[in-house]
Design a protein around this ligand. Structure first.
Ligand code: PAF
Length: 287
C-alpha cells in the first residue's frame, strides 16, 4: 500500500493516475476502521481503478473537546486492516497538511435548514467542520466517486449540498447501506467505548427504528415518534434522547403526514453512558 503524508506528494501521484486515465474512488475516514469502513472501501475498489482512503481526525468538527480527545485512534491497526483488504492508497496527513493556513480552518458554508436541525442543532459548528475538512480533502484528492455511509445520513445531505451546489464538483456520491452487528446495532467507532451493559442497551436504537418501520402508516408520524421516544425512555442506560425525528429524506423537514413526501426517514441520537450514538432508517421510499 502506498502511504502519503504530504498533500503535495499525493497530488502529484493523483496527477499521474489521471494522466494514465485511471478512475479514482475516495473514502474519507477518521480512522478506528471497522467493518462499516471496509464495506465502503471494498465497494470503492470494485467500482474504480484506484482507491484512496484518508485517515484524519478532524478537530474542527468536534463541538466537545472531550469527544475529540476520547475519539479512538488506532493508526497501526488501521494500516494492517487496509493492507489485509489490499487497499492501494492511504492518505495520512497531519493537521498542517489539511489546514496550512487559518483561512481554511475558518471557511464558512451556507447549508440553510440542513444544518439547523437534528445533529446540526445539537452540535453547533459540527457540519461547518465536516465541510471544512471535506472541501480541503477534495481539493487535494479530485476523485471521480466519493463513498459515504448512510449511518451519517445528515452528513450525506450536507456533503451532497457542498459538492454539487456549493463547490460544483463533477463528483459522484455513492451512499452505502449502514453496516450493522448481528443484533442490529449500527457499527461505529464509538461502540468500543460502551461497557458490556451499555452495549446491550444500545440494541434499543435498532429495535426502536425497526419497530417504527413496521408500525409506520398505522399511526400518524407524531404518534409514531411519541411511542418511539417512550420505548427509548424505558431503557435505563439511555441517559439522554437528543432527538427522534421523522423527516422528509430530501429536505430533512419534519413530516406531519405520510403523504408529505415519497421518501421519509426516521433519525435519532441518544447518549448511552458517555457515548453519543446516532442511527436512522427509511420508513418510506429508499435511498
Ligand atoms: O464520517 C466521518 O468519518 C467524518 O465526518 C468525515 C466525513 C471523514 C470527515 O471528517
Amino acid at each position: 500500500m502506498h502511504i502519503f503524508k504530504k498533500a503535495s506528494d499525493i497530488k502529484q501521484f493523483i496527477h499521474n493516475l489521471k494522466a494514465a486515465g485511471h478512475s479514482l474512488g475516495f473514502v474519507p475516514t477518521m480512522g478506528a476502521l471497522h467493518e462499516g469502513h471496509l464495506q465502503l472501501i471494498r465497494r470503492a475498489m470494485s467500482e474504480n481503478d484506484e482507491v484512496i482512503v484518508s485517515i484524519f481526525v478532524n478537530p474542527t468538527q468536534f463541538d466537545e473537546a472531550s469527544d475529540f480527545s476520547h475519539y479512538p485512534r488506532s493508526t497501526a491497526a488501521d494500516i494492517l486492516l487496509l493492507e489485509s483488504i489490499r487497499c492501494p492508497i492511504l492518505f495520512l496527513p497531519g493537521e498542517e497538511e489539511i489546514y496550512p493556513d487559518e483561512a481554511l480552518r475558518r471557511r464558512k458554508f451556507d447549508f440553510g435548514y440542513l444544518e439547523k436541525t437534528m445533529e446540526g442543532a445539537h452540535r453547533p459548528g459540527h457540519f461547518q467542520g465536516v465541510a471544512q475538512v471535506v472541501s480541503r480533502l477534495l481539493d487535494i484528492i479530485p476523485a471521480d466517486r466519493l463513498y459515504l455511509g448512510q449511518k451519517d445520513y445528515q452528513q450525506v445531505k450536507i456533503i451532497h449540498r457542498l459538492v454539487h451546489d456549493i463547490l460544483n464538483l463533477p463528483l459522484e456520491i455513492v451512499v452505502c447501506p449502514t453496516a450493522r452487528e448481528v443484533d442490529g446495532l449500527a457499527i461505529s467507532s464509538r461502540n468500543v467505548r460502551l461497557s458490556k451493559e451499555e452495549r446491550q442497551a444500545a440494541t434499543a436504537l435498532y429495535k426502536t427504528l425497526d419497530w417504527a418501520r413496521k408500525a409506520g402508516s398505522r399511526m400518524t408520524p407524531e404518534a409514531l415518534k411519541n411511542q418511539a421516544v417512550e420505548m427509548l425512555m424505558q431503557v435505563p442506560e439511555i441517559r439522554e434522547i437528543a432527538y427522534f425525528e421523522i423527516v422528509n429524506a430530501d429536505t430533512l423537514s419534519p413530516v406531519s403526514s405520510w403523504v408529505d413526501s415519497s421518501r421519509i426517514i426516521a433519525c435519532l441520537a441518544v447518549r448511552i453512558g458517555e457515548v453519543r450514538l446516532i442511527d436512522n432508517m427509511f420508513l418510506k421510499g429508499i435511498h
